[in-house]
Write a protein that binds this ligand. Sequence first.
Ligand code: PRX
Length: 657
Amino acid sequence: MSQPTIESILHEQRLFAPAASFAQTAQIGSPEAYQQLCDRAQANPQQFWADLAEQELEWFAPWQQVLDWQPPFAKWFVGGKLNISYNCLDRHLTTWRRNKAALIWEGEPGDSRTLTYAQLHREVCQFANALKHLGVQKGDRVAIYMPMIPEAAIAMLACARIGAAHTVIFGGFSAEAVKDRLLDAQVKVVVTADGGWRKDAIVPLKAQVDQALEQGGVPSVENVLVVQRTGQQVAMQLGGRDHWWHELQRLVSADCPAEPMDSEDMLFILYTSGTTGKPKGVVHTTGGYNLYSHITTKWIFDLQDTDIYWCTADVGWITGHSYIVYGPLSNGATTLMYEGAPRPSNPGCTWEIIEKYGVNIFYTAPTAIRAFLKMGEDLPKARDLSSLRLLGTVGEPINPEAWMWYHRVIGGERCPIVDTWWQTETGGIMITPLPGVTTTKPGSATRPFPGIFADVVDLDGNSVPDNDGGYLVVKHPWPGMMRTVYGDPERFRKSYWEHIPPQDGQYVYFAGDGARRDEDGYFWIMGRVDDVINVAGHRLGTMEIESALVSHPAVAEAAVVGRPDEVKGEEVVAFVTLEGSHASSEDLRAELKQHVVTEIGTIARPGEIRFADSLPKTRSGKIMRRLLRTLASGETISGDTSTLEDRSVLDKLRSEG
Ligand code: PRX
């Protein structure tokens, strides 16, 4: 008999039930309470969400209709008025939470700041008035391209307060990528900083913005608001386009009532990668997003008023939006924000921060956990991690080995782990354990959140049998769902609602992930089924990287695939054919890698570039990525290659690999 694999041991034998002591005080603490929620959601989903919206949020005016569903376009709480910045700040000021820490911030060089709810409210009001001073009005778009400093959250809340839609652009994106997003969203004001600390170096954010705006490259941008973070020299177009935040601050008051927003007013646009070369502007609106990010934070992270909660994401991603800023603050929680990341000068900074602040809830990515695992147990063991009571993961499948390490070394075998599946498009967590009631299986995100109806189907939309692989879909609209692709409703329809035909007239949301469901109804996410790859928890479109490569004069054609990587989950491998006059060389290889960094950012840097005379294509001219993926991972090619136009291409690629 063959030895059992760690997979079989973990999947089939080890179950982790919540400890009675955890369940006792949990938000959802008994199987009966959980079942009741699921039953209520099943019986009447609209009533379920409406009851929560009424209990959990403050509204300036009530809605007339819970859901207006014109597939694939949903409107939630139609006619209702509210403001998410009011729900995150003002409503706590009349309670004891007024002087509770809202935001604890730690800078990479070791500086720190704590803002109470009252202080955060004041800062947000001032920032909102500064935006107004620059002429920003309800409905305008404001880009936020910032390091992980309190002003990033303050700027988001300030936009929400006056009804401007923010689009946060991850600080690791290049000037070119920033420019694309500014153009697409027709941004009026850019909020940035002189620079930010990242792994002992300064990221020159303002300089990148200058480059993006060079020679009137983005005509809609009128002003750039600059926060002084690093104090380095930056070029300011004073008296005109550019303003220092600390100078504007002196001119504006801290009195800025929250604008009553329609529930369906746009709250933000967040760009994410899809299957074409152009990122999609995912649109989220006010009421549904506020409710969904709020209630998922409360139940999944089991927030208690004494908790210090730390999510290590960057505010440039959806996780930072929903689970650093909006979800925790709407609940009146204490949210911790860290500017830096583990780095050679301080590889154990994560554990140092947990010890320093007594963090209770810790939410991070499997990539980070695998990197910690590689660094060994000494670093976490050198710190007191006993304050931790709940752990979470997001962004990619977590392999059972990493899960077990997280459970044992970080969680001290006492903390439940919530493996949360969701997407930029879903606004909040969709498939997840509830820590007080769900028995977990390492590697499974377990079951849908109450009110979410997920399924695994074939391409005709039929549910597949237990344990068969299929496509992950969601069957009923939910409040946190994206509303459209900014400026391109057709793309929204095509990307998410047309791959799977409606079932009995019911439209289904196609997530783009493969999954299987086991005999207990637990979901196991198997990764993307489209041309999107997931590198260190960052979502990248292969077409985006290919477009970047072919924009280099030496490149004729490029095909990009993902290759499994022990730490990052996947790594970018690019197959490149060159224009006639160019020869392959190590220098060119380095130059092309750098070119991708310039066009998109460091997150997209190819791990490997392979030069080829030609790429394997079907007779109709389509690049056969399946073959390239196999080649890239060093496996032997099996299966059908009969559609290949020129079989000698494969032999050549093999011998060059
Ligand atoms: O493939 C899934 C993977 O990340 C994708 C969504 O990426 P993004 O929109 O950037 O959002 C990431 C943070 C929410 C999904 O389509 N993914 C996310 N969470 C998990 C996951 N894969 C497996 N398990 C997860 N828990």
